[in-house]
Ligand binder design. Structure first.
Ligand code: SAM
Length: 249
């Protein structure tokens, strides 16, 4: 029966693609890629010769119809993004929703996801966590979002771009207090893989003093709010402070 496979791809190491993922990518009629040229390098490495088509943020809703027509004709398809698991800060949500609504089978072929990889090796509590995607680029929106998370007891995970990492770290310090424990996970599975562990203030200092730490791909993980901690201001005081900081000039 025709199926849409959601296939996770590596986040740095081409060989992190599972044998079953290779088998599925070889067996489907089409692979929908976020960027066909980008995925082409991975497919060449694994000698995957399946036809590709582009489905990205800007054409996803409209291309979903085309993909459903393929399934109607009995053809199976796979969706991949540039790296890691599709739909996780990547396109695919509208496609999966529409394909499911049309009554077709959707199956995940699991693999790398930067947030989960970072969490698993961070040393921060992993029993409860919240993935928050990318923080807003505008400071006011960023501080508002962080203020709403200031008392969240779960480990918080953010994706970040190297250009914005210092701004985001400063906002984290403002919203949560500079003493809060965090981990900056960079270039996972690649040559310059690094985990920086310390207080938010420590990490700001290390990242500002070493421009190399502002390069590549970054996941920020922040320990959740600990109401028993003596080091932190009371939660309501912190929330009020964070709100005030968004209003002050
Ligand atoms: N779908 C992907 C996943 O499952 O991880 C995430 C796609 S999102 C557009 C790209 C962001 O993921 C980067 O800005 C970075 O925050 C994070 N990321 C991807 N690869 C990474 C890596 N090798 N090391 C650290 N972070 C990574």
């Amino acid at each position: 029966t025709p199926c849409l496979y959601i296939v996770a791809t590596p986040i740095g190491q081409f060989d992190d693609l599972s044998p079953r993922a290779v088998e599925i990518l070889n067996s489907v009629d089409w692979i929908a890629c976020e960027d066909t040229r980008h995925s082409g390098h991975l497919f060449a490495h694994h000698q995957i010769k399946t036809r590709t088509t582009a489905i990205h943020d800007h054409n996803e809703r409209q291309r979903a119809q085309w993909l459903i027509e393929q399934l109607e004709q009995g053809k199976s398809c796979a969706l991949v993004s540039d790296a890691g698991t599709p739909l996780i800060s990547d396109p695919g949500y509208h496609l999966v929703k529409q394909v499911r609504a049309a009554g077709y089978k959707v199956s995940a072929i699991p693999g790398a996801c930067a947030a989960i990889a970072a969490l698993s090796a961070s040393g921060l509590p992993s029993d409860r966590f919240s993935f928050e995607g990318f923080l807003p680029s505008k400071e006011k929106a960023r501080l508002d979002k962080l203020a709403a998370l200031a008392q969240d007891p779960r480990t918080l995970m953010f994706y970040e771009s190297p250009r914005r990492v210092l701004n985001s770290l400063e906002s984290l310090a403002q919203a949560f207090g500079g003493d809060r424990e965090m981990v900056l996970a960079r270039e996972l599975t690649k040559t310059f893989e690094t985990y920086l562990h310390g207080s938010i203030d420590d990490i700001i200092e290390r990242v500002s003093n070493d421009p190399d730490q502002q390069k590549g791909e970054i996941v920020l993980l922040v320990r959740g709010y600990d109401s028993a901690s003596k080091d932190e201001l009371p939660a309501d005081a912190l929330a009020t402070l964070a709100l005030l900081q968004t209003e002050l000039p």
